[in-house]
Every structure is written in C-alpha cells, then in structure tokens.
Design a protein around this ligand. Structure first.
Ligand SMILES: [Zn+2]
Length: 513
C-alpha cells in the first residue's frame, strides 16, 4: 500500500518540493525514514506514532517505510511531521483526501496530535509563494497568524484529528508590491545630536542611497548615539523587501522583532565569529550580513573585530551576497546590507583631536598598529568616512534644524531611485537592489550615464576607478536628495565626505620615522 503527500524544504535561499512517500508492507512491525533525514526528522517517528494514536486513528502494525524524495538532498527541521502522518494515514486508508498531493503540508506534531509551526515554516511558505504563486498549503494555526497579512490558499489546522473534516476550497493571492507610506516614529529623532553636521549629512545620504559609512572620532563625540538612532527610523521598506527580511530571519530560526517595513538593524558584538557575521554551518543559516538584508549592519568599534571577520566583509560590501559552502551543501544568500561602522582614531581615542584638555598619549607605533587593523581595501569600500570632533568652544546647536525636510528629502530620493532603476532593471529577485550605493557598476553607468572621469577635472585625484565610481554614486544620491541632475557641486560635496582616508595612517607612519 502506497501513498504520497507533499511538503517543502530549504535549499539555501531556495525552497524545494519534497515528496513524502509511504509504503506499508507485510512483515515485522517497523517504522523507517529514508532520504537523508536529520536527527530531528528521525525523532519524528516517535512524535508521529503517538500523535496518530492520540488523535483517534490507528497506527498501522505493518512494516512502514517513509521516503523523502529527492533522496539525495539533506532534510532538516521538524515541519515534515504532518506530511509523514498524512502519508501513513492515507496509505493505511484511514483518510481519503485526494487533494493532499495538490497541497504543501507543513507542521510539527506534539504527542497529543496538536500542530505547531517550526521556525522554518514562514520562510518555506513565503519562498514557495514567490517561486510559484499558485501554491496551496495545509498549515498550523499559529503560522496563519504570522502571515495574516497575505491572503494565501491554505487549510489551517490546530490538531491532526481535524484532518478528517477537511473540505475543499479555492483562493489565490500574489505578494503585492505596495508603495511605502512613510511615517515618522519619533519626531525628536536626532534632536539630541549637537554640532555633528557632517556626520548627519553623511547619514542622510547613506539612508537615501544605501552607502557604507565610517564614523571616526574621539570618545563621547556621538558616534554610537548616531548608530543607535537607526533603531527608531521610519518605515522605509516596501512589502516585498519586508518579506525577504522575514524569510531570512525564519531561516535562522529567529523572530524579526522589528515591526513590518522597518529597516532591519543588526549590531553584533565585536567578538562575533566569521560564521556568526557571514553565515554558514549545517544546515546553512544566515549570518548578521543577511539578517540585516535591506537594512543596516552596525559595527561598533570596528578595529576590535577579528581580522578575518573584517576581511570577509569586503566581498559582501561589494557584491551584496554571500556564497556559503559546507561539505556538499552550497547556498548563495542575499546580503543587500549597508554598513555603518565607527572607530576611535587611536587606542586612547584623542589622536588629532581638538578637544580641550584631551591629549593623545599613544605612541606613533600604537596609533599605526591600531589604524592598520582596518586594511586599505576595506577602508576603500566605505563610500563615506567622517572625522567627528568635539569642540567645546562652539555653541551647541542641533545638527538637524528641520527634521521634516531632512526626512522628506530621504523619502523623495529613495522613490526617485526606485523608479529610475525599476524601469531599467528587468529582474526583480531578493538580490536586486534599486539604490545608487548598491546597484551593479555596469547598470549604474548605463542608467545614469555617469562614468569615472566626470567632474574630476578641477582636482588632481589619485584614486582608483572604484573610488571614483563611489564619488559619482554619492553625487547622484545628493542630486536625488535635491531633486536635480548631478552637477559639479554634488561631486565636490561627495569628495568632502571622504574625510578619514589612509592619509591618516600614512601620517602616523611618518610619525614613526
Ligand atoms: Zn591616542
């Protein structure tokens, strides 16, 4: 006797269909699961056996073989419990639901037969819908509350016993791409940041065009305060971006505490491992760069991070994706994140500082060693770097005089960019981005017409093509903030926002000689 039901598994960022086959044969009673199940799936034998008995069904006293096809893909998670139970009940002719093969069945069973969702379920449903919008599901009731905003074709079950009462139905839905309705969560945001005009201007440009930003300054100048403000930003994501973020959180078995459409902001401790930041393991789970997908990754005290972590960020900052590999498992996860990092200029924090009464007590060698922890190529990838100062001789003024204008420019610039790139970029995947700081170099040059060499004539710039392109990208964002075309003035401002460069390291090296 044979029966089959369908479920889903994660394969990197993709979602794959799994056929849960069941064959009952004569012989000594046994229950085996084949098809590379993980330990959690092997343990489901006990859960399924007890759940079937406690739901008023009979557990077949036969030789039971359950196969998870395709058999060569490793399977993880406990969400296959319900599909296994349905296959067994169908094979033993205790239920006669023919449509089970048209549905993707998800849910974990407890011993009483009660259903619950596992962490992966949200990602599986959303991923499947994005790949095939006509999918239908049988899901646990607690998952339905998480996806209440999407109208999906789903039978919602609380207990296994309810499977007897299933009737057919019809309903279809696609994830819609709605326009964002920006609203300020905290109208006093930034009102306590005084005098740091350059830093907040750079942050505005970064928020508008997703440019990586490095803040350098002495202790107490407000670097961490600015980073903290990112947690209270208005809702800037559209619906699709918000669901992508939720999928990645679901893959890592975490709940996204941020409300819908808020930029995900992650702030890992500097002792984090490469695997924690980049992702990996078996099964492959996303790291902080992917959890901050479409949002910000804050790296507080940048030089304190491990060297290998910093170097591995270089590829992510450029390509906005991570290629992970563990044994024969491989995955490419989206990591369209923007990095906001801050650091002191030296171990004591007061190197080159004008702050009255503060003198740098570090030896030149110490300053050099400290600054050298950030390699040249990594520094080069920060689109803007601001040297913040504490000057007690200046009267304190809020750095942003009109918060409404500040944010409306950000919203306008984001909409302008989305319109510009959506019109010209054909594909729309989790890896596609529509911001000046993130689009691929070819697309940027083709769509905006800005090529390295533009606007640089007044200067004798000794910089790489990459840096030149970054300057043009920032100039484009400044133009978008002003709702105008790029002019020399915008390029000049972009150049002004490159305040901390390797010159500082070189000057400290000169100090050694
Ligand atoms: Zn110092």
């Amino acid at each position: 006797m044979y029966a089959v039901s369908r479920s889903l598994i994660q394969n990197g960022f993709d979602v794959r269909r799994v056929d849960v086959e069941c064959h009952l044969s004569s012989g000594l009673p046994s229950f085996k699961i084949s098809g590379l199940p993980s330990t959690a799936i092997k343990e489901s034998r006990e859960r399924v056996r007890a759940a079937i008995k406690n739901s008023g069904f009979e557990f077949p006293r036969r030789r039971i073989t359950v196969n998870l096809a395709p058999a060569n893909l490793p399977k993880y998670g406990t969400h296959l419990d319900l599909a296994i139970a349905i296959s067994i009940l169908k094979a033993s002719k205790q239920i006669r639901i023919d449509f089970a093969t048209d549905f993707y069945v998800l849910g974990e069973l407890n011993l009483q037969g009660r259903l619950s969702s596992s962490a992966q379920c949200l990602n599986l449903v959303l991923g499947c819908m994005q790949q095939n919008s006509l999918s239908k599901f049988i899901i646990p009731s607690d998952l339905s509350s998480q996806i209440s905003e999407i109208d999906i074709s789903a039978i919602v079950l609380k207990q296994l016993v309810c499977i007897k009462r299933i009737k057919h139905f019809n309903h279809n839905h696609k994830l819609s791409d709605q326009r964002i309705e920006p609203k300020l969560k905290d109208s006093d945001l930034f009102s306590d940041i005084l005098n740091q005009y350059s830093a907040l201007r750079a942050l505005q440009i970064s928020l508008a065009g997703h440019h990586h930003l490095l803040l350098v300054g002495p202790p107490g100048c407000g670097k961490s305060l600015i980073a903290d403000k990112l947690r209270n930003l208005p809702k800037l994501l559209d619906e699709n971006e918000s669901w992508q973020s939720k999928r990645l959180f679901s893959m890592s078995s975490q709940l996204n505490k941020a409300s819908d459409k808020e930029l995900p902001v992650r702030c890992p401790h500097h002792s984090a491992s490469t695997k924690g930041i980049i992702g990996g393991g078996r099964p492959i789970i996303p790291g902080e760069v992917s959890l901050s997908h479409r949002g910000y990754l804050i790296l507080d005290e940048l030089p304190e991070f491990k060297r290998e972590v910093l170097e591995s960020l270089r590829q992510v900052m450029q390509s906005h994706s991570v290629n992970l590999s563990h044994g024969f498992e491989k995955a490419t996860l989206p990591a369209v994140t923007t990095i906001l990092a801050n650091m002191n200029p030296c171990p004591c924090g007061y190197y080159n500082s004008n702050f009255a009464g503060s003198v740098c007590r570090c030896l030149p060698q110490q300053v050099h060693n400290y600054q050298s922890r950030i390699s040249g190529p990594l520094l080069d990838r920060f689109n803007m770097s601001i040297c913040m100062e504490v000057d007690d001789s200046i009267k304190n003024q809020p750095a942003v005089s009109n918060l409404k204008d500040y944010w409306s420019a950000v919203f306008r610039a984001r909409s302008v960019q989305k319109l510009r790139y959506k019109k010209n970029l054909k594909s729309s995947t989790a890896f596609t981005t529509y911001f000046n700081g993130q689009v691929a170099e070819n697309d940027f040059q083709k769509i905006t017409g800005l090529r390295p060499g533009r606007f640089s004539k007044p200067y004798n710039l000794m910089i790489s093509n990459r840096k030149h392109s970054q300057l043009l990208r920032i100039a484009q964002t400044i133009a978008d903030l002003n709702d105008s075309h790029v002019i020399q003035e915008h390029f000049d401002e972009a150049l002004y926002l490159q305040q901390y460069t390797q010159n500082d390291v070189r000057s400290s090296r000169r100090g050694i000689k």
